[in-house]
Every structure is written in structure tokens, then in C-alpha cells.
Ligand binder design. Structure first.
Ligand code: C5P
Length: 308
């Protein structure tokens, strides 16, 4: 039986500008995604019917029913080509679950690539990106990897030039945060602050040109200085999980050039000068007890790719 394995990276948002609520309930975003070297692997093998298994330390937290984006991706691609999704999907999970690093979305993207290769559907990259967007706002980006600006609800991607490799530390929290809840908390904070936009007058969110320039130059000092204000969901994530403030503080005290909540959280991301500094920050975070676990990674890295 042929097995095809696709490796797919996690992401960190070095910018997440949240605009108003659209008529469809989603928020307009200007989102700068950076793919980082934490990977899931999705393997596909022919089977009698669709089956999904998961391995890894957090496997018990991953749904194995049709809410899993990998299963939905296999069904969607099969339906597009008039096929039955007769496939065993296996996810080797290493990206934090419900951590704001798009692990579930990455699995959806990887399943599209893997099933396309297994079934020989010859689906074009453009069509895969369209199917990915149907699955979720964050699913197209892991197909591209690197660095990209996401507009719309995050799914309309423009690849961005990126300079030197950046070194990151990720501090994982105990238990995830729900993305819809974090967006709702963001709306609530804005309403209370008198900043709520109506559908009619919502301004188009724009990325900070300084963030784009720092990423283009691969300048960790310049980017680090901007991270504290880079994520519009950060205040909302902190309101739901106040303990994250101590985590951000610990990493900054330990020498991080900048820190932010990754996406909708609760993972905190720290930018380091180099690998050595990253290891020092990771050690300090672990010793503080202000997080559940720590990972060192780098980026940008390429997107989903077949490895067997
Ligand atoms: O697109 P996806 O299914 O990943 O989005 C999950 C949830 O996050 C949405 O149902 C919505 O509540 C929120 N979301 C949003 N605006 C976006 C993306 C996601 O409000 N641009």
C-alpha cells in the first residue's frame, strides 16, 4: 500500500490587524503570517473508508471526527473530483493544539496536498488554495509557507519577501483558547472602549509598513520593537487568560527582542537575537513555571510538502 506523507509548518502572526465585523460574521484582517519550524506530518494510505488517527503528546486533544480539518479536506477534495474519500489519514501532531499557531489548519492544508498526490487528481495550486479557503481562514497559508500578507478574513494571500532567518521561542499554556471566543472578546473590549465599528463604516485594516520592512530585511531588533503592538487580538487573549501577561514579561526579562501572543493565543511568541539567546529565553521561561512547555524554532520555512 503506498503511503504519502506531507510535512506542514506552524505559523506565527508577526502582525494581526483586526478590522470590523463583516456581514458574514467574520472580521476583516490584515495578517502577516510567518511559517516556523514546528511541524505536523499528515500521512495518507488507501483504505475502505475515511479513517483518522492521531499520535503525539497532545493527540488526545485532537478531534478524530468530521470536525477535524484534515478529514474535511479529504472529503472536499474527493467531492471536487467525484471520488470517494477512501483513505486512512494519520496526523503525527507536534504543533500545539488550540494554541494560536494554526495547527488544525496546517493539517487541513497537508491533507489536501497528500490526498491530491495519493489520488493523482492533479489539482492546480490555485484550486488547492481555493479549497483551503473554503475549509478555514488560516488553511491557505500553510500551503505557501514563507511569509505572506493575508487579507479578507485572512485567506487572500500575497507572498512577501523575507530576509534573514528569525529565531523564535514559543511558550505553550495549559489548555487552549477558542478563536471565536477571542474574536468576541476583542469586539467586546472595543465596544466598551467606544471603538466598535458598524458594518457600514468599518475601515480597511492595513499592515504597519514598518513591520513589513523589518520582515523584508530580516531585522529581529526592528521587528522585536514592534511586536508589542502588533497583534490586535492580544488584549482579548489576555482578558481571557490574564496569566499570559506574566509569561510575556518573563521572556522579555530573559532577553527577548520582542514578545506577543501568537494569533488568538494562548501560545506566547518571543523573538530572539540568535539560537543561543533563544535557548536562554526558553530556559528562563521553563524555570519560571509561567508556561506549560517551551519550544525553540526558526522561520520563515517553506510550506506543506510531500516528504515520502
Ligand atoms: O475561518 P475559521 O473557521 O478558521 O474561523 C474560526 C472562527 O474565528 C470563525 O468562526 C470566527 O468566529 C473567527 N474569525 C473571525 N474573523 C476572521 C477569522 C476567524 O471572526 N477573519
Amino acid at each position: 500500500m503506498p503511503t504519502i506523507t506531507v510535512r506542514v509548518p506552524a505559523k506565527v502572526n508577526v502582525q494581526l490587524v483586526v478590522g470590523g465585523v463583516r456581514p458574514d460574521g467574520y472580521h476583516d484582517l490584515a495578517n502577516v503570517f510567518c511559517a516556523v519550524s514546528l511541524y505536523d506530518e499528515v500521512s495518507v494510505t488507501p483504505a475502505d473508508a475515511l479513517r483518522l488517527t492521531v499520535s503525539g503528546a497532545q493527540a488526545h486533544q485532537v478531534p478524530v471526527d468530521d470536525t477535524n480539518l484534515a478529514a474535511r479536506a479529504a472529503r472536499l477534495l474527493a467531492a471536487r473530483h467525484g471520488l470517494e474519500p477512501r483513505v486512512h489519514l494519520h496526523i503525527a501532531k507536534d504543533i500545539p493544539v488550540a494554541g494560536g499557531m494554526a495547527g488544525g489548519s496546517a493539517d487541513g492544508a497537508a491533507a489536501l496536498v497528500a490526498c491530491d498526490a495519493l489520488w493523482g487528481t492533479g489539482t492546480s495550486r490555485q484550486e488547492l488554495l481555493g479549497l483551503a479557503a473554503d475549509l478555514g481562514s488560516d488553511v491557505p497559508f500553510p500551503l505557501l509557507g514563507g511569509v505572506a500578507l493575508g487579507r479578507g478574513r485572512g485567506e487572500v494571500l500575497e507572498p512577501l519577501p523575507a530576509g534573514e532567518t528569525l529565531h523564535w521561542v514559543f511558550a505553550m499554556a495549559d489548555g487552549g483558547l477558542s478563536t471565536p471566543e477571542v474574536f468576541r472578546a476583542c469586539d467586546e473590549l472595543r465596544r466598551r472602549g467606544g471603538q466598535g465599528w458598524t458594518v457600514a463604516d468599518r475601515p480597511e485594516p492595513e499592515p504597519d509598513p514598518e513591520v513589513l520592512d523589518a520582515v523584508r530585511r530580516g531585522d529581529p531588533v526592528a521587528l522585536g520593537a514592534l511586536l508589542g503592538e502588533a497583534n490586535d487580538l492580544q488584549a482579548a487573549a489576555l482578558s481571557l487568560r490574564p496569566a499570559l501577561a506574566a509569561t510575556l514579561h518573563t521572556g522579555t526579562e530573559a532577553g527577548a527582542l520582542g514578545a506577543l501572543v501568537s494569533g488568538s493565543g494562548p501560545t506566547c511568541a518571543f523573538l530572539a537575537k540568535d539560537t543561543e539567546a533563544a535557548n536562554d529565553i526558553a530556559e528562563a521561561l521553563l524555570a519560571s513555571g509561567n508556561c506549560q512547555s517551551v519550544r525553540v524554532a526558526h522561520g520563515p520555512v517553506p510550506g506543506a510538502a510531500v516528504i515520502t
